[in-house]
Ligand binder design. Structure first.
Ligand SMILES: Nc1ncnc2c1ncn2[C@@H]1O[C@H](COP(=O)(O)OP(=O)(O)OP(=O)(O)O)[C@@H](O)[C@H]1O
Length: 370
């Protein structure tokens, strides 16, 4: 981290700042302005003979102002990817390879995996915020919301006056659609949705450039899920941050994401613009996943799910890891692992898929060839 950046940070932290209103460009342009570039990231849990590989050479990009959805069944590595990329992976998780490049608004690039702990702390708190799984239950039940938000602001903005902090706390509450009077409430006096909004407000306290949300709406009812998701989009439009939104529910991502990446057994097996991936999934797994959840809006559809369960990471199948559950598996799928690439059979801009069916249009079943 350079001196200039530190100085800029110090200047930024000495004044109460307001969210800037920025116009967010459409996703196609975002690719030119990456904020996070994850390259060949690999993670294992444990050591030696008992180690399991939870991420295998995953590459993923996040554009500035983009909302990227990360989906897949439980245990496929979504949280591992997010926490490893931000160096928050708890033991026994170990990063065994890869690079994570973060580009700040001033154009400076930092490789997060090689930063010292102090440098990382500075980047993480001011540029990168995380709403953890089950975060709304981590509010301290014995303190009022105001105290918890004010404490969070004080830690990161120690030079601010009490008045500045209080103004900022009110502003943050309003930002997430909660009347400022509710700052006096205790967590149990707020609904689950409100508590989750408080956590989002705390994550936004420092105006991060990247917000990682790990299953932020899982414990909420469908109406509340919808409201929170809409709010995140509005906040992104106002503040211009980028989001990695992790969920097992792909249908929810259609409401929020610009782009979606689908994970299976520690790898990305398909990615593309949200709308296109939803309307025309290219991987049999994505198709199965889409059929596992009811859409949040639109006509009711029959839910079929995916037969079987994700593989044990300690005992992975040969070839394509999805082949034992795939209704279209061929001989090659059992022996050779497919690579993530633009489909030779259905080449589309911004879309990649790891599936042998795409080698030749003649192999593609009707369901994946639309
Ligand atoms: N502490 C741990 N020790 C050993 N293995 C772990 C640990 N945490 C995760 N794993 C392994 O890593 C894999 C990926 O876990 P991860 O939590 O990243 O998946 P996920 O897709 O985020 O799942 P979920 O939606 O349930 O959170 C799991 O299958 C699990 O086997």
């Amino acid at each position: 981290m350079t001196t200039q950046t530190r100085q800029e940070r110090a200047e930024r932290s000495s004044r109460p700042s307001r969210p800037e209103v920025r116009v967010v460009p459409p996703p196609a342009q975002l690719a030119d302005d990456l904020v996070l570039d994850i390259r060949e990231l690999s993670v294992q849990y444990g050591y030696g003979e008992n180690a399991v590989q939870a991420l295998k050479g995953v590459s993923l990009q996040l554009g500035r102002g983009e909302i990227l959805g990360l989906a897949g069944e439980s245990g496929c590595g979504k949280s591992t990817l997010a926490y490893a990329a931000t160096r928050l992976l708890p033991p026994p998780g170990v990063i065994t390879g890869g690079e994570v490049h973060f580009r700040a608004v001033d154009g400076q690039e930092h490789e997060l995996l090689s930063l010292s702990d102090n440098e990382l702390r500075a980047v993480r708190w001011s540029d990168l915020a995380i709403v953890f799984q089950g975060a709304m239950n981590s509010l301290n039940p014995v303190y009022r919301i105001s105290r918890q938000i004010l404490d969070a602001i004080q830690v990161h903005r120690p030079t601010w006056s009490s008045k500045q902090r209080q103004d900022r706390a009110k502003e943050l509450m309003q930002l997430v659609g909660i009347p400022a009077e509710r700052l006096r409430a205790f967590p149990h006096q707020l609904s689950g949705g409100m508590r989750q909004r408080v956590m989002i407000a705390m994550a936004l306290a420092l105006e991060p450039q990247i917000l990682i949300m790990d299953e932020p709406t899982t414990a909420l009812d469908v109406v509340m899920q919808r409201q929170i998701v809409e709010q995140i989009v509005q906040l992104r439009d106002r503040m211009g941050f980028s989001v990695i939104f992790i969920t097992h529910d792909v249908s929810l991502l259609i409401e929020i994401a610009d782009r979606i990446a689908i994970m299976y057994a520690g790898e990305i097996i398909e990615q593309g613009p949200a709308e296109e991936l939803y309307r025309r999934p290219r991987h049999p797994y994505t198709r199965g996943l889409l059929k596992s959840f009811p859409p949040l809006k639109g006509p009711k559809t029959e839910l079929t799910g995916i037969p079987g369960s994700p593989p044990d990471l300690a005992n992975l199948p040969t070839g394509c890891k999805f082949h034992p559950r795939c209704p279209f598996a061929m001989e090659k799928c059992v022996t050779v692992e497919p690579v993530l690439q633009i489909s030779p059979a259905k080449p589309e801009p911004g879309r990649t898929v790891a599936c042998w069916l795409h080698e030749d249009e003649a192999l593609l079943p009707q369901e994946l060839a639309r």
